[in-house]
Design a protein around this ligand. Structure first.
Ligand code: SAM
Ligand code: DTB
Ligand code: SF4
Length: 372
């Protein structure tokens, strides 16, 4: 489903006003907006897998996987495709409809791309929606992932543009927006949100939501994470978010992003059933299921099952597309052609036969096809 752009952008004053509504009025408004687009008792389930653990050169102050912090994680290299498939089958059996593969990278290397593409193809073949979160992407890498069939790319802005440098110094807020733009341009759905509980204030939360809601096409999926305070990271002792402020932020997000799936992401393990119920009431309609997130524990499957029963919630089952859409077909062929061209002796023959210029212009055309 294509997101429709809003005619007018959300202003700081409008967002501030939402945050200051009496709690019941805010929740009523959010629930009303929610019911216009979604079935109120359906919650989508995603499953996370960490396909490459730790060793990341970035300095995100919340993250256990940064090489700069002394945290209790076991680093690993990129998983094999076969192991990912085994895990994805388990995820499907546990009721997940989307499988999200995360890697602790600043950005993937060219040498990783073919394995990543195989993972996407194999997981999709199981009938699951696919999502990846690999760090920054070039336009070309986004095209490669699209051509393999990737449905979603998760790339969070994490906090407001104003507060960003307090949390991450190894990249700029604009770098995040650039990758999101590449992802959009190739037709992969965008999953983009942030974290609450990193010392930001209410203006920062509003400002982060304004960036998301004022995008030309807002993200189809918006994860709202409660910071998991990880020993050894600079934010291990950050003050916790007041639970009702967390609910408030979900409600404001629902009103500002009426068509987006809102994911109650990390941090559910530290939330009571009552707090989670309020988040669903405020418009959250997606969760991560399974015992693990990336490097920390998630809510146990049984506990989620009990909560779903108590609240009368049911699993939302999207229809994953098995076939490539038109755009995928269009981008798929240049990549196949390029791979074939590079693997044949044809280029050597052309090289030998013709003047040097004829090969470089031909090779340039092939690359341009891949980069269009
Ligand atoms: N390296 C890639 C990147 O940063 O985009 C992908 C993996 S990264 C771990 C994905 C997201 O997980 C981060 O942007 C952040 O929003 C979330 N995250 C990481 N550590 C977290 C924590 N301790 N608590 C809450 N959310 C966290
Ligand atoms: C997102 O917004 N949250 C997920 C997913 N996208 C990749 C990650 C949560 C990580 C929680 C901390 C950990 O397990 O290391
Ligand atoms: Fe690296 Fe992503 Fe962790 Fe930042 S959040 S340190 S980019 S793995």
């Amino acid at each position: 489903m294509k997101q429709q752009s809003r005619h007018t952008a959300w202003t700081e004053g409008q967002v501030e006003a939402l945050f200051h509504l009496p709690f019941s009025d805010l929740l009523y408004k959010a629930q009303t907006v929610h019911r216009e687009k979604f079935s109120p008792n359906q919650v989508q389930k995603s499953r996370l897998v960490n396909i490459k653990v730790g060793g990341c050169p970035e300095d995100c102050k919340y993250c256990s996987q940064s090489i700069r912090y002394n945290t209790d994680i076991k680093m690993s290299k990129l998983m094999d495709v076969a192991d990912v498939v085994v895990d994805a089958k388990r995820a499907k059996a546990d009721g997940a409809s989307r499988y999200c593969m995360g890697a602790a990278w600043r950005n993937p290397q060219t040498s990783h791309m073919s394995k990543l593409c195989s993972m996407i193809q194999e997981v999709k073949a199981l009938g699951l929606e696919t999502c990846m979160t690999l760090g920054m992407l070039t336009h070309r890498q986004a095209l490669q992932l699209k051509s393999a069939g990737l449905d979603f790319y998760n790339h969070n802005i994490d906090t407001s543009p104003e507060y960003y440098q307090n949390i991450i110094t190894t990249r700029k807020f604009q770098d995040r927006l650039d990758t999101i733009e590449h992802v959009r341009q190739v037709g992969i759905k965008v999953c983009c949100g942030g974290i609450l509980g990193m010392g930001e204030n209410q203006q920062d939360r509003g400002s982060m939501l304004r960036v998301l809601a004022n995008m030309k096409e807002p993200p189809e999926s918006v994860p709202i994470n409660m910071l998991v305070r990880i020993p050894g990271t600079p934010l291990e002792n950050a003050s916790t978010v007041e639970p009702l402020d967390f609910v408030r932020t979900i409600a404001v997000a629902r009103i500002m992003l009426p068509k987006s799936m809102l994911r109650l992401s990390a941090g559910r393990r530290s939330m009571s059933e009552e707090l989670q119920a309020l988040c669903f009431l405020a418009g959250a309609n997606s969760i991560f299921v399974g015992d693990r997130l990336l490097t920390t524990d998630n809510v146990e499957l049984d506990a989620d099952e009990i909560l779903f029963q108590k609240l009368g919630l049911e699993e939302m089952t999207p229809q994953p597309s098995h076939s490539r859409d038109f755009l995928q077909e269009v981008v798929w062929w240049p990549f196949r052609f390029e791979r074939w061209f590079r693997s044949t002796r044809l280029k050597t023959a052309i090289c030998r036969a013709g003047p040097r210029r004829s090969f470089s212009s031909c090779a340039g055309a092939v690359t341009a096809l891949g980069d269009f």
